[in-house]
Design a binder for this molecule. Structure first.
Ligand code: ADP
Ligand code: MG
Length: 484
C-alpha cells in the first residue's frame, strides 16, 4: 500500500516564488546569443506576447460563456459540460472505494481506503493493445470488467458492491453523476460503435454479464474533476483542476445559476464543477492567428484532424513531435546539424516530449543530457552550437505551451472572481518538465489582475484517488438521502 499525503503535507503547494534559476523566465534574455538568427526569426511565431495572450483570454472567456448557455451550447466549441459534481470532499468521507482510470497512457484499477484526513491506495496497471482501443467499444468494456474482476478478486472485494468512480477522460456529455454519453474519442482511441452511448451503463452491463462481480457505479468523471477533487481533499481553496499530460483540459467550479445545462436540484452548495473540454478551443479557427505551419502539419499527422487544436499546442502527445519537425526542418534548410539527420530521427514520434524535459534540464553551457538523446537518435555529429539551437527550439515550444495553459487558468480565475484560488494540476509534462511550473507561474503573475492570489498544487493521482473521492462524496450523499 502506498500512502497518499495527508492534508497537512503538501510539498508542492505554498506561495509561488520564482526560484533562483539559471534561466530567466519572463524576459528575453533566456535566448542564447549563439542561436542562429534565421532560426530565431522563424521561431518568433511561437513567442506569444502578453497582448496576444490577453486576446486569447478574451476569446476563451467568450467560448466558455457560449458553452454554458443553453441556446449557444449546441454550436459552441468549448463545451463546458456540467459534471453533476456539486460537492467537494469535506473530510467526513470514509471507507473502501474502487476507481478506474481510462483515457491516458495507462489503464488502471484502484482501491482507495479513505479515512477522514488520509487515504491509502492500491493500484494495478493493465495493458491495452492498439487493436483494443480502436476496435469495438463493447470489447473494450468487457476487458475493463475483466480487469476489475481480476483486481477485486485478488483483494477479496469482488462481491462487496463497493462504490466505484470511473475516470473516463474523453469528451463525454454528462447527463447525471453516473451517466455520461461518449461524444468523441481523442488521444488515439477510436471505438466508433459506442459513440452516443452511456459509459455508466456500458460498464454496469459488462460487469453484470460476468456474474462474478458486484459493484456500484456511483460516478463517471473526467480526470480534470478527479484532479480538482484530490486537491480539494487537502486544500479547501481548490476551485480549478487542470491536466497537462497526454492531453490538456481543465475544469472549474461554476455557480449552478450560470450553468444553464445543469438540470438537477441544488443539494446545497449552489455550485457545480464544469468540465470545459478546452482542448477543443480553436477548432472553429479562433486560434488560427497563432497556429504555425508546423502546427497544421501535426494536426494532419494525428487522429482527429481539425480537432483539439488548443491541446495540440500544449500537451505531451504532440510537443515532442512538434520539436522533431522543427529540428528536421532547420536541418533540411542546412541551418543545423550540417544539414544531416538520421533515419531514426526522420521517423514520426521518434522524439518523445520527455526529451524536452531532458534537454532543458542541462545547465547553461552543458549539453550532457541532450547529447545522450542525440546519440541514441544517430545525431552524434551535433556541434555545441547545434545543441544551443535545439535547446532553443525546445524552450520555445515549452514556453508557448506553458503560456497558453497559464492564460486559460488566469481566464478562469478572473471569471470566477474568487480572490484566493488553488489550482490542482496533474500530468507528466507539468510534473516532470524542469521549468514548466515556473514558466506558468511567471506568466500568470504577469497576466493576473491585482488583488488575486493563487497557488498551483500538484495533484497526487487525481484520476485515481480523485475518482474514489467523487464516489465517496456521492455514496455519502446517497446515505444521507436514504437511497441505498
Ligand atoms: P496521461 O495524461 O496519459 O494520464 P501522463 O500524465 O503521464 O499520462 O502524461 C503522459 C504524457 O506526458 C506523454 O504524452 C508523455 O509524452 C509526457 N511525458 C512523460 N514523461 C515526461 C517528461 N519527463 N517530461 C515531459 N513530458 C513527459
Ligand atoms: Mg492521467
Amino acid at each position: 500500500m502506498s500512502n497518499c499525503p495527508s492534508r497537512t503535507c503538501n510539498p508542492k503547494a505554498g506561495s509561488n516564488p520564482i526560484p533562483g534559476n539559471p534561466q530567466s523566465f519572463s524576459t528575453k534574455d533566456w535566448i542564447d546569443r549563439q542561436v542562429n538568427s534565421e532560426i530565431h526569426e522563424a521561431m518568433k511565431d511561437l513567442m506569444l506576447d502578453n497582448n496576444t495572450l490577453k486576446k486569447i483570454s478574451t476569446l476563451f472567456l467568450q467560448n466558455i460563456e457560449r458553452g454554458l448557455k443553453k441556446d449557444t451550447h449546441p454550436t459552441s466549441i468549448v463545451k463546458c459540460y456540467p459534471t453533476y459534481v456539486q460537492d467537494l470532499p469535506d473530510g467526513t468521507e470514509k471507507g473502501k472505494f474502487l476507481a478506474l482510470d481510462l483515457g491516458g497512457t495507462n489503464f488502471r484499477v484502484l482501491m482507495v481506503n479513505i479515512d477522514s484526513d488520509k487515504c491509502e491506495m492500491e493500484s494495478e496497471i493493465f495493458s491495452m493493445s492498439n487493436e483494443l482501443i480502436t476496435g469495438s467499444g463493447y470489447d473494450l468494456f468487457d476487458y475493463i470488467a475483466e480487469c476489475l474482476a481480476i483486481f477485486s478478486k485478488k483483494r477479496g472485494v469482488a462481491e462487496q458492491n463497493l462504490p466505484l468512480g470511473f475516470t473516463f477522460s474523453f469528451p463525454a456529455s454528462q447527463k447525471g453523476l453516473s451517466k455520461a454519453i461518449v461524444v468523441r474519442w481523442t488521444k488515439g482511441f477510436d471505438c466508433k460503435d459506442i459513440l452516443g452511448l452511456d459509459v455508466g451503463e456500458l460498464l454496469t452491463n459488462a460487469v453484470n454479464k460476468r456474474g462474478d462481480l458486484k459493484i456500484d457505479v456511483c460516478a463517471i468523471l473526467n480526470d480534470t474533476t478527479g484532479t480538482l477533487m484530490s486537491c480539494a481533499f487537502k486544500n479547501r481553496d481548490t476551485r480549478i483542476g487542470m491536466i497537462v499530460g497526454t492531453g490538456n483540459n481543465a475544469c472549474y467550479i461554476e455557480k449552478q445559476a450560470n450553468a444553464e445545462l445543469f438540470d438537477e436540484p441544488d443539494m446545497g452548495s449552489g455550485d457545480v464543477v464544469i468540465n470545459l473540454e478546452c482542448g477543443a478551443f480553436g477548432d472553429d479557427g479562433a486560434l488560427d492567428f497563432i497556429r504555425t505551419e508546423l502546427d497544421r502539419v501535426i494536426d494532419k499527422e494525428y487522429p482527429n484532424q481539425g480537432r483539439q487544436l488548443h491541446e495540440k499546442m500544449i500537451s505531451g502527445m504532440y510537443l515532442g513531435e512538434l520539436a522533431r519537425r522543427y529540428i528536421l526542418k532547420f536541418a533540411q534548410q542546412g541551418l543545423i546539424l550540417g544539414g544531416k539527420t538520421s533515419p531514426i530521427f526522420e521517423t514520426q514520434d521518434s522524439f518523445p516530449t520527455s526529451n524536452l524535459s531532458e534537454i532543458e534540464k542541462d545547465q547553461p553551457g552543458s549539453f550532457k543530457l541532450q547529447r545522450d538523446i542525440l546519440h541514441q537518435l544517430g545525431l552524434e555529429h551535433a556541434t555545441d552550437v547545434d545543441c544551443i539551437n535545439i535547446r532553443f527550439i525546445s524552450q520555445c515550444l515549452t514556453r508557448r505551451a506553458a503560456h497558453l495553459a497559464s492564460t486559460a487558468l488566469v481566464t478562469l480565475i478572473h471569471k470566477m472572481g474568487v480572490k484566493k484560488v488553488t489550482v490542482g494540476i496533474d500530468g507528466s509534462l507539468y510534473k516532470y518538465h524542469p521549468h514548466f511550473r515556473t514558466l506558468m507561474i511567471a506568466k500568470m503573475n504577469e497576466l493576473i489582475d491585482p488583488g488575486y492570489t493563487y497557488e498551483l498544487m500538484l495533484s497526487e493521482d487525481g484520476s485515481g484517488i480523485g475518482a474514489a473521492l467523487v464516489a465517496a462524496v456521492a455514496a455519502k450523499k446517497k446515505r444521507q438521502l436514504g437511497i441505498s
